[in-house]
Design a protein around this ligand. Structure first.
Ligand code: DCP
Ligand code: CA
Length: 348
């Protein structure tokens, strides 16, 4: 059986979690571009905000018009925080399930003979460990599992057998099927197929003519209820980073480097697991005025996950301290610009 797990309103849920005072408010997570106070787009929004029509990708200024100022908070994205949560969730899933592929920062695909038995415990574990809600679908195909998860949102669990899966997918509007984009959906509707079942009435030759060999064949199979098997591809992550808050604000290189060592250990575990080497090392410094500064070094030859970077860290810390007079509150480390090592980790 396949299982698909998707975190509910992920970035906004995480922001809610660290702001208990904001309970009940509309939380709009924003990518501020900095040009004017409100330029940029909405990254995501919690359910009370969605009820007012606010959605991902909407200009922040539009969202402001819909959200009553007294009931809403607009927050800048904090990728470090979200990635750390994502890593924790990833660990939980890998501990409990057989074959796991992370599909995005907040989505996982799982193949496990007893996925339906594990699904409730998986949801519960994520809730107790992180305080977060997710939606889970289980079905004989990955497509069925994905559609079951999205159907059950929020905080849902939907387990389908073969017949249930066929019914859910067959009756679905074509544009709700992952893999069918808006253009394909429009073309299918113009051929008379509004729902997936209707595709089976279309001539396979017309499908291939309209959508090409590969997509045409895929759509034909979909209409017949023949769904792909397989887990899909692991989404390439471009960086691994870990941030932490210092016990007290400081400019002491020794304290900064010892905090970094802690964060580095966590980041390295992740790098090892991903079988990655990297070309860019960055340190992130959040100063007393809450501004964030990054110092980076790029290597001509990629570094393996377990190579020593003591000298590079020391140089970056020195460089930062020389150029900025303020105390540091938070510090972080980021490995970026990845190269795939495939199965070659044993070489190092
Ligand atoms: N995201 C983004 N910009 C987008 C879409 C998404 O920045 N256009 C970010 C914010 C989301 C996260 O990716 O929290 C995950 O995307 P999802 O599409 O899964 O959306 P949510 O998790 O926010 O909501 P849902 O409950 O519908 O899954
Ligand atoms: Ca999600």
């Amino acid at each position: 059986m396949y299982l698909h797990l998707d975190m509910d309103y992920f970035f906004a849920q995480l922001e809610e979690k660290r702001r208990p005072m904001a309970a009940g408010k509309i939380i709009v997570v924003c990518v501020f571009s900095g040009r004017t106070a409100d330029s940029g787009v909405v990254s995501t929004v919690n359910y009370p905000g969605r009820a007012l029509g606010i959605h991902s990708g909407m200009p922040i200024a539009f969202a402001r018009k819909r959200a009553p100022p007294a009931d809403s908070i607009f927050i800048p994205v904090d990728h470090e925080y979200y990635s750390q949560a994502s890593v924790q969730i990833d660990r939980i899933i890998r501990n409990m399930c057989a074959k796991v592929v992370q599909a995005s920062i907040d989505e996982w695909n799982v193949e496990d003979a007893i996925a339906e038995g594990k699904a409730p415990a998986l949801k519960e574990k994520i809730r107790t460990a992180l305080g977060l809600a997710c939606s889970v679908g289980v079905a004989p195909s990955l497509l069925g599992a994905k559609m079951a998860a999205s159907k059950s949102k929020p905080d849902g669990l939907l387990i389908l057998n073969k017949a249930g899966e066929r019914k859910l997918i067959g009756r679905s509007d074509v544009e709700k099927v992952p893999g069918i984009g808006p253009k394909t959906a429009e073309a299918l509707r113009s051929l008379g197929a509004d729902r997936v079942d209707d595709i089976s009435k279309l001539d396979p030759l017309v499908l291939v003519e309209t959508f090409g060999r590969k997509s045409g064949a895929w759509l034909h199979d979909l209409g017949r209820g023949w769904y792909d098997s397989g887990l899909g591809e692991e989404k390439g992550q471009e960086e691994v980073s870990h941030m932490g808050t210092l016990k007290e604000k400081t400019r002491d290189p020794y304290l900064l480097l010892s905090k970094l060592a802690e964060l580095e250990a966590e980041a390295r575990e992740r790098l090892m697991h991903m079988k990655k080497s990297y070309k860019t090392l960055s340190l992130i410094f959040v100063t007393d005025d809450l501004r964030s500064h990054t110092k980076s070094v790029s290597f001509r030859n990629p570094r393996a996950w377990n190579e020593d970077i003591t000298k590079d860290k020391e140089a970056l810390v020195r460089e930062f301290l020389a150029g900025n007079p303020l105390d540091i509150r938070r510090i972080g480390i980021r490995f970026g610009n990845f190269l795939d090592l495939g199965g070659q980790t044993t070489l190092f």
